[in-house]
Design a protein around this ligand. Sequence first.
Ligand code: HEC
Length: 274
Amino acid sequence: MTEIPEHLLKRAAAARAKAAGGAAPADDAAAEAPKADAGDAAPAAVAPAAKAKGPAPLPTLDAEPAKSVPDIAVVAAAKSRKRVPFWAAPVLALLPLWAFIYIFAIRPAPTGETDPLVIGKEVYTANCQSCHQADGSGATTGGSGQQLNDGHAVTTFKDPLAMVHWIAFGATGGARDDGTYGDVDRPGGPMNVGTLGGVMPNFDTTLTPEEIAAVTIFVREEFGGDVYDPEAEQGFTVDGFEADPEGIAKEVEDVIALGEGGDPDLGSVTRAGQ
Ligand code: HEC
């Protein structure tokens, strides 16, 4: 047991009172308390006396005061705040699914899927360019195929379906017996096969009807120059293709069904764009 000297107790009480803004009389009262109960009881007596005075409560093990303390603003706000809504968990859990659907919904259609100029250019680059050159200049720039550009091919075939027939059957199945092909009334006379280094192949078995349609539209529009007139194409155009790809492909099928020969009966084919 440690005896706290009286004068120290008195000094501590005075300091507490002073810190709490207490006046001189309070100081005296605190100092008096321990004096009254001398000996062992002295330290215990200090606490109740100081507590009663109010300004400077001593720390205590008593839980009572803490219970009665009201929540400070932020704690009260946190307690009264709305909880996470019940549907938040499922919505969050399905986020990856939403993202998946979203990405597929906004993703643009594969480039040029419905554009005959894009499809046609691909077909041309892969199947025709080697003989006819990228710009359709053909033999005029050293190619083994006939010139297509500057309106040459459109002049040879006024009717796009006649060109379809030529591309489908080539020089072997698309020329007349006398070796001419294309329009007989072509300005400057009809064209003849076998005048160049190469031979025009047939594509009825290597290209789909849709691809033949697209490459025909591509050649006519890209290389038609001033001769090309969409109004004269009887619906076999970019717009016609995009509006009714199946109809255009059916036209090609019907033309192929006419078979080989220099002068196919194109009048029997129903025009999708008409
Ligand atoms: C192996 C070379 C070669 C390939 C490949 C080729 N052509 Fe030809 N093409 C020719 C030749 C040569 C002619 C001229 C006719 C002949 O002598 O057979 C010609 C003629 C043409 C004509 C007529 C042009 C005119 O005004 O007289 C068109 C249209 C044409 N080709 C389109 C195509 C298309 C479209 C492709 C690809 C799908 C293609 N050709 C692939 C060699 C080729």
